[in-house]
Design a protein around this ligand. Structure first.
Ligand SMILES: *Cc1c(COP(=O)(O)O)cnc(C)c1O
Length: 397
């Protein structure tokens, strides 16, 4: 059996999305900027996709800009808003458990003379409107808080946070890359000024993203070049990718509540079995304000790398933390931010579902985890020391 439970890293392109994209390689290949028939046909497809993306988040088509990826959308939102408002102030607020696309951009902005406040999250991964309120200063120009965390799945109170920013006349951006297709989003109702998304996290191909920028918000462009995307994002459009993200977001958001409920049922079944059948584990992230597809568990006394290797032998794809940081030996900054110890962070595994995962797959993965963790602990000096410690305590009684 092969089971893919690493949908937080990327998802597969589904057949309807592939079918929608197919004509845009060999048949409809005009440059959307060309005025001839070939170009006009391509332009029509780009604008149809823009309308699909806009509708999915409650925006207007002219508020959607296509980008090369989620990382570009994040970079653009932060740098673009920071530099456009430089006369008003140079203070930015974010959290300490954002994706590196946000954190590393903030670090760079600090080098360029901006000041950044990194709000700490609590042990469930939440930031509160009160925390944000207290951090806003007269020179604050931008707040960026992620919609849902990619590693532990905590969903932030985005509407309330955006309201605080708005009350102070400060722009509010959210990295919603993990949230699209998992939670209903309405940028107007929630008062969001800018929102980043990435196609490959909801069954569009890799290499296409989008940034929503509310009408009336001015941001600087990152690159200089042609007049594409209303002069704001130069470069010939990724025509097939744009068609793909349009179709994928339409499918992902059409029945978001049903999809989320189905994923949550499988997630809860897996969490329940893991907590019941494997001793010495902890669930990382919020128990309920949690993405429907996210499971993040620390298995004490074992290394996540060993668990992942053995899962891989069994055809199961999972991850430790985010794919973007795996390969580095440092424990996840997200787990450290919610107060998980280095030791327990090193034994953490993330299982991320999409709506295609089944109960049968879920049981296979948990059965495998029970076996693998048991086997690794039997060989673990840490675990035998722990057991000895327990025995010593026992004999002292
Ligand atoms: C994947 C991810 C990104 C980066 O998106 P890319 O399209 O891979 O550049 C940014 N933020 C979050 C929360 C993500 O999960």
């Amino acid at each position: 059996m092969k089971v893919y439970m690493d949908n937080g890293a990327t998802t597969r392109v589904t057949e309807p999305v592939m079918a929608a994209m197919q004509p845009y390689f060999c048949e409809i290949y005009g440059n959307p900027s060309s005025v001839h028939g070939f170009g006009r046909e391509a332009r029509k497809a780009v604008e149809a996709a823009r309308a699909q993306v806009a509708k999915a988040i409650g925006a207007e088509p002219r508020e959607i800009y296509f980008t090369g990826c989620g990382t570009e959308a994040d970079n653009w939102a932060l740098r673009g808003a920071a530099y456009a408002n430089i006369k008003k102030g140079k203070h930015i607020i974010t959290t300490n458990f954002e994706h590196h696309a946000i954190l590393h951009t903030c670090k760079q902005l600090e080098k360029e003379g901006f000041e950044v406040t990194y709000l700490p999250v609590d042990s469930d991964g939440l930031v509160t409107p009160e925390q944000l309120e207290a951090a806003i200063r007269p020179d604050t120009v931008l707040v960026s808080i992620m919609y849902a965390n990619n590693e532990v799945g905590t969903i932030e109170p985005i509407g309330e946070l955006a309201a605080v920013a708005k009350a102070h006349g400060v722009l509010f951006h959210t990295d919603a890359v993990q949230a699209i297709g998992h939670v209903p989003i309405d940028v107007k109702a929630q008062g969001i000024d800018m929102l980043s998304m990435s196609g490959h996290k909801f069954h569009a191909p890799k290499g296409i993203g989008a940034l929503y920028v509310r009408q009336g918000v001015r941001i600087q462009r990152l690159m200089q070049g042609g007049a594409q995307e209303r002069g704001q994002r130069p470069g010939t459009e990724n025509l097939a990718g744009i068609v793909g993200i349009g179709k994928a977001i339409e499918l992902a958001t059409a029945d978001v509540e049903d999809r989320a409920a189905k994923m949550a049922a499988i997630r809860d079944h897996m969490i329940e079995r893991i907590m019941k059948e494997i001793p010495h584990v902890q669930l990382n992230g919020h128990p309920t304000k949690r993405m429907c597809g996210n499971i993040n568990v620390s298995f004490y006394f074992v290394e996540s790398e060993s668990i992942l290797l053995h899962l891989d032998f069994k055809g199961i794809a999972a991850s430790s933390g985010s794919a973007c940081t795996s390969g580095s030996l440092d424990p996840s900054h997200v787990l450290l931010a919610i107060g998980v110890s280095h030791e327990h962070a090193n034994g953490s595994v993330r299982l991320s579902l999409c709506e295609e995962n089944t109960m049968e797959e879920a049981d296979y993965v948990v059965d495998s985890l029970v076996e693998i963790v048991g086997r690794l602990r039997a060989m673990s000096p840490l675990y035998s020391d722990f057991l000895k410690g327990v025995e010593t305590v026992g004999t002292e009684d």
